[in-house]
Design a protein around this ligand. Structure first.
Ligand code: DAH
Length: 337
């Protein structure tokens, strides 16, 4: 009698479990077979009335049945829970993929890389100095008289009486010459600071590249040749340029280099203030007083120096009209380069 019931329950269970599709049906099946008043428990109740001789044997059969059914149940429960959770992910295969933004070097880094590679090709090495600089290196050693307007509080961020945020990369010339004996030929890139009102044309922080070449018999002609070669490699071979007399305390004679305005091709426009020319850098022959300050023999050595603003150089090359965009990290600007 019990044996028959066991067989019947086994059959029913295997049919019912094969039709289970969701949590609700699974729970119903669990209650029907495995709860306190379920079918499996009812078989154990019948066992009490069984013949004494058969009891041990039937008990074993019942235990095996219970664990078999429980195993099947567990397997199906696992399958159901997997399919239930996958139902919750609403996958729409027709949706476009997520856009991945690939980063690139900042346009100022790219510009500096290009400047470095051009000057390296002409025999210059790269030398760097700190942004926090002594007043002495930033001004005095560069032959700025004590009352020079560049020292004014309006231009310089003073940290103390003795230290400033460097206002240009020229003090790195002093550091280089104090460290190395001639011949020296290096460019010196870096960040500089000026206490100026922020506008489309000026920012409180920007970048410069300084250049210095000192040896016996360095001439102004070499300075012109080197800078002309740089400008042509950077802006293109068709470029026209000119050197205009100027003044800097640390060079004598001093000059500024202009290139023809790329917007109007020299005809005159708003960008070049109707002159047809754009200034790209300052330069000159190192003043003998500067050599004195670094203990270079100014009878024996001559040298040239130059300095340019990296933002300005890049603005002219790419037609960027506002210096602030370099520092705003607006992806729409950055991704163009
Ligand atoms: N230091 C100058 C400035 O910030 C730029 C400059 C001019 C650097 C002439 C030089 C130079 O080395 O020879 O405006």
């Amino acid at each position: 009698m019990l044996q028959e019931k066991i067989e019947q329950i086994k059959k029913d269970f295997s049919i019912e479990i094969s039709n289970i599709n969701n949590d609700k049906q699974l729970e119903e099946l669990r209650v029907k077979y495995f709860s306190k008043n379920g079918l499996v428990a009812s078989l154990f109740i019948l066992l009490k009335d069984a013949n004494k001789d058969e009891k041990p044997q039937l008990g074993k059969v019942l235990n095996t049945l219970r664990s078999e059914l429980q195993n099947q149940f567990n397997i199906v429960r696992e399958q159901v829970s997997k399919s239930e959770s996958s139902k919750n992910i609403n996958v729409d295969l027709s949706l476009p993929g997520l856009e991945r933004n690939v980063g690139s070097k900042h346009i100022l880094t790219q510009t500096l890389d290009e400047i470095k590679s051009i000057f390296k090709g002409m025999g210059f090495s790269v030398f760097e100095g700190p942004e926090l600089e002594s007043d002495y290196n930033n001004f005095e050693a560069l032959n700025f008289p004590p009352d020079h307007p560049a020292r004014d509080m309006q231009d310089t961020f003073f940290i103390s009486d003795e230290f400033v945020l460097r206002t240009h990369t020229s003090p790195v010339q002093i550091r280089l010459m104090k460290e190395q004996k001639p011949p020296v030929r290096a460019i010196m890139p870096g960040r500089v600071y000026r206490n100026e009102a922020v506008s489309s044309r000026s920012y409180c922080m920007f970048h410069q590249v300084e250049g210095l070449y000192v040896d016996t018999d360095v001439t102004f002609a070499e300075l012109k040749g080197t800078l002309a070669s740089f400008a042509k490699q950077f802006y293109g071979n068709n470029l026209k340029f000119r050197f205009r007399p100027s003044f800097f305390p640390f060079t004598e004679p001093s000059a500024e280099m202009d290139i023809t305005c790329f917007i109007c091709n020299g005809a005159g426009c708003k960008i070049c203030k109707h002159t047809g020319w754009l200034e790209i850098l300052g330069c000159g022959m190192v003043d003998p007083n500067v050599f004195d300050n670094v203990n270079y023999d100014n009878e024996k050595y001559t040298g040239y120096a130059f300095g340019m603003g990296i933002e300005r150089i890049a603005m002219l090359k790419y037609g960027i009209k506002d210096i602030r965009v370099f520092f705003e990290n607006d992806y729409r600007f950055l991704k163009q380069f």
